[in-house]
Design a protein around this ligand. Structure first.
Ligand code: UDP
Ligand code: GLC
Length: 383
């Protein structure tokens, strides 16, 4: 089966990192078409996945866009659309991985007579998207032959927003657990590089964005014992510079300059996670899936996650990690302190999480689930 994958982003966010694993088995028979150039293209090339940047201009529709703004941006879409339609004719199926890719993919699917699959990585709820955005996404997604939701939470929100349940299946992100096995000498070296020996190092791994809640960790840190320090790994991928300034300001105001470090965007996540004592996830709005939660488990590290959305499907409190109320820094501080004090109990939970996560999110198994869904769809459209 020849697949044309479409993704609007040139930047490697979670949806894009997920797509790398999905496209890999099809690398001899697929193309990833991007609507913007960037590091994501380079990553695909490194993984020997054919990639082409189909547009040189990025499309200016934002989560909060109005209908009129949406229409105005159509002018930018036409040359891109023409290219996608022409390309799609050489493939059996269009697989849209983001919302703008969905809109372009749906029109191209109609014009090229190719079935459309939509991989839904978002929770289509009012806390994440404007009504216009949700309406467009759901109306267009309902024309797809198959919607793959990255969690039950994403599927439920899709259906609540008017999405068709009978075309929707849940498939979690897959991971190769080997990539998260880091040897002791490397862990020691990374820890030295971070200059955090003798500290209880908490890692936060996410793009810097208000809803990812880095400010909640900083606030919590103030209420933790002095030996607790933090690294914030990730960058503002979508222009959230104002939030970055606010975080720096918050650190100065609270006098935490010596206890928080920003590392920027990194591509050595398994090494860095393995060098931490604890990983926290602090999203203040429901997380659709939360790759970092699973990655922490695969590194054998205890993880505290914000109790909402997909995170609740990944973590069972006290069994394979810990859950805290989103936005509650005091509660977070308490659980961090408990992890510090009850280290052997916490280590047992992390070790159990590593074993179960490596089975539950095994990339070969997850890819098999996707292959089966696509095969069924292929059969259906050929009948
Ligand atoms: N990540 C990365 N470098 C960074 C920060 C994050 O490669 O500096 C990766 C992280 O390991 C994870 C992904 O980015 O695989 C983020 O995915 P997640 O589902 O946690 O959140 P998203 O940003 O997609 O909402
Ligand atoms: C999106 C979501 C994130 C999810 C990722 C992969 O970026 O925000 O929660 O883990 O897609 O599905």
């Amino acid at each position: 089966m020849k697949i044309l994958f479409l993704d609007q982003s040139g930047k490697p966010g979670g949806a894009e990192l997920c797509l790398i694993d999905i496209a890999k088995p099809y690398r001899d028979n697929c193309l990833v078409g991007l609507f913007a150039d960037g590091d994501f293209r380079t990553l695909l090339e490194k993984n020997h996945i054919p990639v082409q940047v189909l547009s040189t201009k990025s499309i200016q529709v934002r989560k909060e866009s109005s209908f009129a703004q949406g229409l105005a941006s159509l002018g930018q879409l036409l040359p891109l659309l023409a290219k996608v339609v022409q390309t799609a004719r050489k493939y059996d199926l269009i697989y849209a991985n983001t919302q703008k890719a969905l809109v372009v993919g749906a029109i191209a699917s109609f014009l090229s007579d190719r079935p459309l699959v939509y991989h839904l990585h978002d929770i289509l709820s009012p806390e994440h998207f404007s009504q216009t955005n949700r309406r467009i996404a759901v109306t267009v997604a309902n024309r797809a032959s198959l919607v793959i939701a990255n969690s039950q939470a994403s599927k439920t929100a899709f259906i609540e927003a008017g999405g068709r349940a009978n075309i929707t299946a849940v498939v979690y992100n897959g991971f190769d657990s080997k990539n998260y096995q880091i040897d002791e000498s490397m862990i020691h070296q990374t820890r030295q590089e971070l200059g955090q020996e003798g500290k209880f190092l908490v890692g936060h791994f996410s793009r810097l964005a208000p809803w990812k809640g880095q400010h909640i960790l900083i606030e919590a840190l103030r209420q933790c014992p002095q030996e607790v320090t933090a690294v914030l790994v990730g960058d503002a991928l979508f222009g959230e510079q104002e939030y970055v300034q606010k975080l720096h300001q918050q650190i100065v105001t609270l006098g935490l300059e010596n206890r928080v470090k920003f590392l920027g965007f990194r591509s050595d996540i398994p090494q860095l996670m393995s060098a931490c004592d604890l990983i926290v996830h602090t999203s203040t709005a429901a997380e659709p899936f939360g790759r970092v939660i699973v990655e922490a488990m695969l590194c054998g590290k205890p993880v505290i996650a914000a109790k909402a959305g997909g995170a609740v499907e990944l973590v069972e409190h006290g069994v394979n990690g810990f859950l805290v109320t989103p936005g509650e820094s005091q509660e977070l501080a308490q659980v961090i302190s408990t992890c510090l004090q009850e280290s052997s109990k916490t280590a047992k939970i992390a070790s159990h999480a590593r074993t179960t996560a490596s089975q539950r999110f095994d990339v070969t198994n997850i890819n098999q689930q996707i292959a089966e869904l696509l095969a069924k769809l292929h059969q259906r459209v050929r009948q």
